[in-house]
Design a protein around this ligand. Sequence first.
Ligand SMILES: C[S@@+](CC[C@H](N)C(=O)[O-])C[C@H]1O[C@@H](n2cnc3c(N)ncnc32)[C@H](O)[C@@H]1O
Length: 205
Amino acid sequence: MNDYNRIAPFYDRLKKLVFGEQLDLASNYHLSKLTGPAKILIVGGGTGSILTNISSIHSVDYVDQSSNMIDLAKARKFTCDVTFQTSTFENYDTTLSYDVIIFPFFLDMFTKKELEDILKKSKQLLKDNGSIHISDFVAKNSGLSVFQKLLLTSIFVFFRITTQHRLFKIINTQPLLQKLNFQPVTEKSFVSGMVVASVWKIDIH
Ligand SMILES: C[S@@+](CC[C@H](N)C(=O)[O-])C[C@H]1O[C@@H](n2cnc3c(N)ncnc32)[C@H](O)[C@@H]1O
């Protein structure tokens, strides 16, 4: 399931063809505001374009299921210290904890049950005061134009065919995050509202 190995070599070109730089801008947006050195976990980072925007003061663990994606990411020029691991997030085994966990266009591939497990695991891996950064297509598409809805459906069909993606609709992560006591810190919309980049923290009060 979710096998990105075959499409890895042309993934970036495809992404740029449809969205230009917008998806990368969304994934990078909140990162630029990190102050001080952070221990970062990037999950499903794909070809690694996100790495090129991470300051050298941070250190990164980079987990992706696709070995082809990991190879492309390793070949990038980046200045931060990065440890790569080819693994699913579900099987990622570590004793480390993180200041920031980034899910760049990752959570839209999972069922509600899978998401609950992924978010629970993220909570366990976060340091006190750590945060989760999510960039994704919106789950509620009622505010989108007919063209945008068609585009989202086409993207889903394309990924179902090429990566054995199983979903037909994006699950709304907001209630799942809130159930785990995460609170929204900030968010910004991209691609005329089709994409949202948000930051979540555990409410410790
Ligand atoms: C939609 S792509 C997004 C790539 C990149 N973040 C971007 O925005 O261009 C999803 C990525 O998640 C990886 N992936 C899929 N399922 C995964 C899992 N269970 N654990 C870790 N990575 C996974 C894929 O190999 C792919 O690189």
